[in-house]
Design a protein around this ligand. Structure first.
Ligand code: MF3
Ligand code: CO
Ligand code: CO
Length: 248
């Protein structure tokens, strides 16, 4: 898992300079695909339950699972790039939201909130803690800033499989208050934060794209973590991405 996630983070750093105004999301997807194959690995999303591309690109009001296409990124957009690679049978999964050119204060604030929620969730983790420690931390920050937390899509355990137990909701639930994270478990945290209401709408045409129901912006960051005897280890740490405490 360390090797898979290290490669996935390296891939994020590789595509980072290309995520600018004037590139299409399918060109980003091609770069992701070529880099992954060149290194002897496999994009996990390609063909996953019929998903057609090697990454997810979610622009503006798209919450997650956006399909790369001929959309040209322009100044003012925010775009989440979600990368998942299979390395020797193991999965690394992470995402970042990128600000394209000059963005609105709201776009910046919701992106900042999503990053802060991710790191607040990680900071709340201790060996054997309830899964709800993360949801409590995320909801506290989002509420305080007047944003909402998506419920229909959650973080997940992963390893040889892309999605497995445990489920990692980004808000507290009865189950997440009972289930604990013991050393040895790998899982993602990937809070999706909406400017408006938390409600989602699945695109009827493509069956994948998830948008905010009210058309307002949404932002997300994701890491794969390993719980150790000493606390959480971030397996998908990049060299150049926004780290804890980064200000957009
Ligand atoms: N990478 C996403 C996650 O964080 C899942 C994408 S599945 C796809 O779990 F099929 F939409 F690509
Ligand atoms: Co994930
Ligand atoms: Co992901």
């Amino acid at each position: 898992m360390r090797a898979a996630c290290a490669f996935n983070a390296q891939l994020m750093d590789y595509i980072r300079p290309y995520v600018k105004a004037g590139i299409t999301t399918q060109e980003i997807d091609r770069l992701v695909h070529e880099y992954t194959i060149k290194h002897g690995h496999k994009p996990a999303t390609l063909g996953y339950q019929g998903f057609p591309k090697s990454c997810c690109t979610s622009v503006n009001d798209v919450i997650c699972h956006g399909i790369p296409d001929n959309y040209l990124l322009k100044s003012g957009d925010i775009v989440n790039i979600d990368l998942t690679t299979i390395v020797n049978g193991w999965h690394g999964d992470q995402s970042e939201t990128f600000l394209i050119g000059t963005v609105s204060d709201t776009a910046r604030d919701v992106t900042q909130c999503a990053l802060d929620c991710l790191y607040a969730a990680i900071d709340a983790l201790t060996p054997g803690c309830p899964i709800s420690a993360m949801g409590d931390a995320i909801v506290a920050i989002a509420d305080q800033r007047g944003f909402s937390v998506v419920r229909e899509y959650v973080g997940h355990g992963l390893g040889r499989r892309f999605h497995q137990e445990p489920s990692i909701p980004h808000y507290p639930t009865r189950q997440s208050r009972q289930e604990r994270l013991y050393p040895g478990v790998c899982f993602t945290v990937e809070p999706m934060i909406n400017v408006g209401k938390r409600y989602t709408a699945l695109d009827k045409q493509d069956g994948w794209t998830v948008r905010t129901r009210d058309g307002e912006l949404s932002a997300q960051f994701e890491h794969t973590l390993l719980m150790t005897e000493d606390g959480p280890e971030i397996l998908t740490q990049t060299q150049h991405g926004p780290a804890k405490g980064h200000r957009f």
